[in-house]
Write a protein that binds this ligand. Structure first.
Ligand SMILES: *[C@@H]1O[C@H](CO)[C@@H](O)[C@H](O)[C@H]1NC(C)=O
Length: 208
């Protein structure tokens, strides 16, 4: 009898657990530090836990010969609050994802095709670089500047898994030369030659 009561109480105490299992994002709500508000659980379907956006190859016909296709919470609302997201990297031969950081997440890089050099610069300025091939994984710790590039003669594909549903992405060259950060301040704060700053700004579309 006691056993049955115990089992019953266990059943009752867990029967409401599903409301806390997930919080599919209502993207119309505000995106706060703890994520988006939840879509009403009654409206959640299997579809909310599936994302097919990384199946297609990203276009590498651009200045970096590469593409990053994100599956962050904004694209895949089911990730909201789970501390998890992903991205697909497509690199044409010579393609590069320029130095960048994800302020909100560590990254686990998984090479699935071709040859990829990945590396990061630690806070003490130690540099860790590795040439990777299919099946190899590399860790890019949270917030640190890092890069990926294709070093083979054919295209490369890698997937990244992030420890946040909203890792953020700040590309160093774009922050400097595709923004309205004034040329004189860039020169003063980076020690780069004014001519180089001007050249990169005209290529990347910066102003100021
Ligand atoms: C750059 O542009 C943003 C908005 O686009 C503006 O808020 C900011 O004040 C601008 N900064 C400078 C230095 O002009």
């Amino acid at each position: 009898m006691l056993h049955i009561l115990f089992l019953l109480s266990l059943l009752l105490s867990t029967s409401h657990a599903s409301v806390n299992d997930f919080c599919v994002a209502d993207l119309k709500g505000p995106d706060g530090p703890s994520g988006y508000p939840c879509k009403p659980p009654a409206k959640v379907t299997t579809h909310d836990f599936v994302y097919a956006g990384l199946a297609a190859e990203g276009s590498t016909s651009n200045i970096i010969n590469a593409a990053v296709t994100p599956a962050f919470v904004a694209q895949f609302p089911g990730l909201n609050g789970l501390g998890l997201s992903a991205a697909r990297l497509d690199l044409a031969p010579g393609g590069v994802i320029p130095l960048h950081t994800h302020p909100g997440a560590s990254e686990l890089l998984i090479v699935t095709e071709g040859l990829v050099t990945a590396g990061f610069i630690a806070s003490d300025n130690s540099v860790y670089v590795k040439k990777l091939s299919k099946g190899q994984l590399f860790i890019l710790p949270q917030g640190l500047l890092h890069f990926q590039l294709s070093y083979g003669k054919s295209k490369a594909v890698a997937y990244a898994v992030f420890s946040s549903s909203n890792p953020g992405l700040q590309i160093l060259d774009f922050a400097l030369f595709a923004s309205n950060f004034s040329s004189s301040l860039i020169t003063q704060t980076t020690f780069l030659d004014p001519e180089q700053v001007k050249k990169l700004k005209s290529v990347l579309g910066g102003s100021g």
